[in-house]
Ligand binder design. Structure first.
Ligand code: SF4
Length: 945
């Protein structure tokens, strides 16, 4: 295989010109490096090498200037915008538009479009008045935010947009002047300056050779033609007859025009190479179901390459950078050298997420009673990062646990203090103007700690560089104080787009690169991933504020040109390749059907590439092993903690109704939770989940119906409820305070969600009171009362009394019936099909709530053995409270269970049978057969389910 750049170097050598008298101009730096290497390989004796530069360098050299960095440019643009606008946006909001506006300015200049005409012309485009379709939903949303600055009443969307548009014309004009005065420039501006003044370009001292170009911008075309015409410059085209001669092939779109051009046409070779059809690379297409499995296939293909062949002859092209790390992880071990050339977004790196959480921490940090406190969420997020764990894992774990256990919404700074560690650097409150220094110190600390980790250090380096740029821009430009929110938004805007430029030693090892990075390079073996429409070629259109019609009318590139560039890049990879693997995915991605790229379809039709191999790469072939735990003596010993003792404290450990339900759901889960005591993950509750809702509701009702201390009951009648109704809001607040452990007098700040939830609680509690008023009077005899009880069970060690426990929400007596009521927030069913069904693990509709309330009746009877009153269990479903037919009582065979004692014998026998199984050494703790039960199980990672 003779690469194009090597062949060109050979031709230049054969031309007999003195190499030091030649300047070779290439599209990018990378092509230049390869060219120089090939040239070096071909030269037999020490000589001066030709000068090798990029087209960009040529323009900047001729313009006598280089562009300023993007942040500075956007900030300059912003300063102008603020002068033009009476109520300008803040910089963070402008940043997005700034990027887009600058990109459009660049396009306008690169393609020598009359900027002022373009911007004013829009006002005259009739269709536009009724069509904003060229804007994406996101753009429309952002633009409508942006318009707030231009808002006047009774103006239509279009009119406002047009006014914004006209500002752009003004911005463009003044921006040029402002930059010139400041000695600054943007890239397109320099290109235009050079192209519009070609008559001023002096004859170059060296002979200029342009190599490997396609899809010139107008400024490039003008300059190159000038060099060819006036200075006899040469052009080496990297082109193939396969697409050049076929008018329908988009890859040849630009070349066909150049061929017809009076200047450029003469530079084409007489005979256009036809490598693709003559050499006909062996092309394999692979259809793969899942996107990420492409990496596995790449690994497999590389295994077959073996070690005989030079690795640098193989390239992996990744149109989507997300695949980079999966591919790196599946490379065969023998591959010791590789070179990655692509930008990898920093937003995918852990350091971005960490710094983002650090800023969130500062955003919610505040002073309270003379001390700094942090909101728990960012604190918990930060503690879960490996950076802090590496600093002191035990300490991080300890604080996390404490926050969760104590349900701490705010964490005082002292709790996080740990001198000499990253904790000390992170957990301190800083003022907005010190934020950049603060982040800088954290980054530097991490860079020191992670000095062995090349990739992380590269991320940190990029983040630090950008941070310093930001700091610099603000130091010289910010005329008002920084706000925390502003810095946070700016950080997200800027860092989100930042890419880590992977660029290793490009000439060695396996090559991994993005699509456009492969320009001018040739490889014997080419593996391309994501050969799907939308990826290769990419979809999504051109990101511009200038609508399609105008772009087209003024010669600015539109999607068609973009597609042609990608088509060329694709076919160019086939010029000299011998073996090509095209991998595409078949499953839908993010709701979009994955269509194979048109390039594959074209090849199948034209080059008769065989049907794709459909490759099935299983995600995980080995299913998780089954787990069965026999009841060893140690396990039986642990279980014995649940036996009621004949001592002062007889209930060391007791089973609750949920424990028994869990056992029926899955024996292994029960083992993890109640025997091995593996805690399920707990979280600080700031959002109102059903559990919190229930707790708060119970608590509020307890405050309202509270039985006076020293008394055994409280009578509630309609008058009492009349008096209680106005006290409901206060009782709800008291419940919230209790839940969030707020002292009396301590300020209670409610989050937005809690404010809404509070109103709902108040409504529900009032509704319960109204129900009670309608169905009263009654005598409260207990609220939220904890019961413990034993139950005799036949076990291998003889008859044992097993300990049980539970909290009964409310016990009252009405018409000489003891009612045992459980408040529920869900939609629990009150129908009991049979007592036996409550203990049947195979019964899909097992009524757990009914089992719980019947158990409470058992507790009551156990404690009050002399009780002669009927015991009536009920479930107070809050959601049903508005139903006029609502009744809380359990129903069996279509009749209310009016006395637990009628079923006590059967229930107790079921209960002791269940407990006998738990203690039976012959019945192991095993996994449930019903995998639906695993969906919300905290132990599913252990189980591999
Ligand atoms: S994941 Fe499933 S099998 Fe494993 S403990 Fe949980 S419920 Fe049982």
């Amino acid at each position: 295989m003779n690469p194009f750049l090597k062949e060109t170097a050979q031709k230049i050598l054969e031309s007999g010109r003195d190499l030091k008298e030649i300047t070779v101009v290439l599209p990018n730096r990378r092509a230049g490096l390869f060219f120089t290497r090939y040239m070096g390989e071909l030269i037999q004796e020490p000589v001066w090498m030709p000068e090798v530069i990029t087209i960009e360098q040529l323009f900047y050299r001729l313009a006598g200037n280089t562009p300023a960095d993007e942040l500075t440019l956007i900030f300059e643009l912003y300063k102008l915008y603020r002068q033009i606008q009476t109520e300008p946006e803040d910089f963070d909001r402008f940043y997005f538009w700034g990027e887009l506006i600058l990109k459009d300015f660049n396009d306008l200049d690169q393609f020598l479009a009359p900027a002022k005409t373009v911007y004013t012309n829009l006002a005259e485009i009739k269709e536009f008045e009724s069509d904003l379709s060229f804007l994406s939903e996101e753009q429309k949303e952002l633009i409508s935010q942006f318009w707030k600055a231009f808002e006047r009443q009774n103006e239509s969307e279009q009119e406002r947009f047009l006014r914004f548009w006209q500002i752009l014309a003004q911005l463009y004009d003044q921006f040029q002047a402002r930059l010139r005065t400041a000695g600054l420039a943007y890239s397109g501006q320099l290109y235009r300056q050079v192209a519009e003044n070609t008559n001023l370009i002096a004859k170059p001292e060296k002979h200029v050779v342009f190599v490997g170009f396609n899809a010139f911008t107008l400024t490039e075309e003008k300059l190159i033609k000038h060099f060819v015409k006036k200075f006899g410059a040469e052009i080496y085209w990297d082109v193939d007859a396969y697409y050049l001669d076929d008018r329908l092939q988009e890859a040849g779109l630009f070349f066909r025009d150049y061929q017809k051009d009076s200047v450029l046409g003469k530079t084409f070779p007489e005979e256009i190479p036809a490598e693709i059809s003559q050499k006909a690379p062996v092309i394999h297409t692979h259809a793969i179901p899942l996107k990420t499995n492409q990496a596995n296939l790449v690994g497999k293909l590389l295994e077959k390459v073996g070690t005989e062949e030079a690795l640098e002859e193989t390239v992996i092209i990744l149109p989507d950078e997300q695949l980079l790390f999966p591919v790196l992880h599946t490379l065969p071990e023998e591959i010791s050298k590789l070179n990655v050339t692509m930008g990898y977004p920093i937003r995918n790196a852990p350091i971005y997420a960490f710094l983002d959480a650090v800023l969130d921490l500062q955003r919610y940090a505040k002073w309270k009673n003379g001390r700094v406190i942090f909101y728990h969420k960012p604190v918990i997020d930060l503690l879960s990062f490996s950076y802090l764990k590496a600093s002191d894992a035990e300490f991080a774990e300890e604080i996390s646990e404490k926050i969760k256990l104590d349900n701490l919404l705010d964490v005082p700074v002292e709790a996080l203090a740990k001198e000499g560690t990253l904790f000390q650097l992170v957990f301190r409150k800083v003022e907005p103007q010190d934020l950049f220094d603060y982040l800088g110190e954290i980054i530097q600390y991490l860079a020191q700690e992670l000095k062995e980790d090349v990739i992380q250090r590269s991320y940190l380096y990029q983040a630090f560089k950008q941070l310093n740029r930001l700091k610099e821009v603000f130091r010289t430009n910010q005329d008002k104080g920084l706000k925390m929110d502003f810095v946070l938004k700016l950080f997200r805007q800027i860092f989100r787009e930042l890419k880590l430029p992977f660029e290793g030693e490009p000439l060695q090892g396996l090559q991994i690169m993005g699509v456009l990075e492969s320009r001018n390079l040739d490889f014997r073996r080419v593996i391309i991933c994501d050969v799907n429409e939308g990826s290769f070629p990419p979809g999504g259109g051109i990101n511009s504020m200038i609508p399609f019609n105008l772009r087209r009318a003024f010669g600015l590139p539109v999607q068609e040109q973009n597609d042609a560039i990608y088509a060329y890049t694709f076919y160019r990879l086939l010029h000299r390749a011998e073996e090509v693997h095209l991998i595409y995915t078949t499953s839908a991605d993010q709701g979009k059907a994955n269509e194979v790229s048109r390039f594959v379809q074209q090849m199948q039709a034209e080059l008769h590439v065989s049907k794709p191999d459909t490759v099935m790469i299983p995600v995980q072939l080995t299913p998780g092993k089954e787990i069965t735990l026999e009841k060893t003596p140690e396990i039986l010993q642990r279980l014995s903690n649940y036996v009621k003792k004949e001592v002062e404290n007889p209930y060391e450990k007791s089973f609750s109704a949920s424990a028994l339900s869990m056992y029926l759901d899955c024996r292994l889960r029960f083992y993890f939770r109640y025997v091995a005591s593996l805690k399920e993950k707990e979280e600080v509750v700031s959002d109102i989940d059903p559990m919190t809702f229930g707790t708060l509701l119970h608590s509020a009702l307890e405050f309202l119906y509270e039985v006076e201390e020293g008394k055994s009951h409280r009578d509630i009648d309609s008058h009492t409820i009349d008096r209680l109704l106005p006290q409901v809001p206060e009782a709800v607040d008291k419940a919230i305070r209790k839940f969030y452990k707020k002292e009396n007098g301590e300020e209670l700040e409610l989050s937005g969600q809690l404010v809404i939830a509070r109103e709902i609680f108040i409504k529900f509690v009032k509704e319960i009171l109204s129900y009670d008023q309608k169905n009263g009077p009654f005598r409260v005899i207990g609220l939220e009362k904890e019961y413990q009880a034993g139950i005799p069970v036949e076990t291998a060690q003889g008859k044992l009394e097993i300990a049980l426990k539970g909290v009964i929400d409310r016990m009252d007596i009405k018409n000489s019936v003891v009612r045992l009521l459980d408040y529920k927030t869900g939609k629990d069913n009150k129908t009991v099909r049979s007592i036996a069904s409550l203990f049947d693990r195979k019964d899909d509709k097992r009524n757990k709530a009914a089992m719980q309330t019947l158990l409470y009746a058992y507790f009551y009877q156990y404690e009050h053995r002399a009780n002669q009153l009927p015991l009536k269990p009920g479930i107070f479903n809050i959601k049903e409270i508005y139903n006029p037919q609502f009744s809380p009582f359990l129903v069996m065979d279509k009749e209310e269970i009016s006395d637990y004692r009628d079923f006590a014998a059967e229930f107790e026998s079921g209960l002791s049978g269940l407990l006998a199984e738990i203690f039976n050494p012959e019945v192991p703790f095993d996994q449930t057969e019903d995998e639906k039960k695993c969906t919300y199980c905290a132990y599913k990672e252990i189980c591999g389910r």
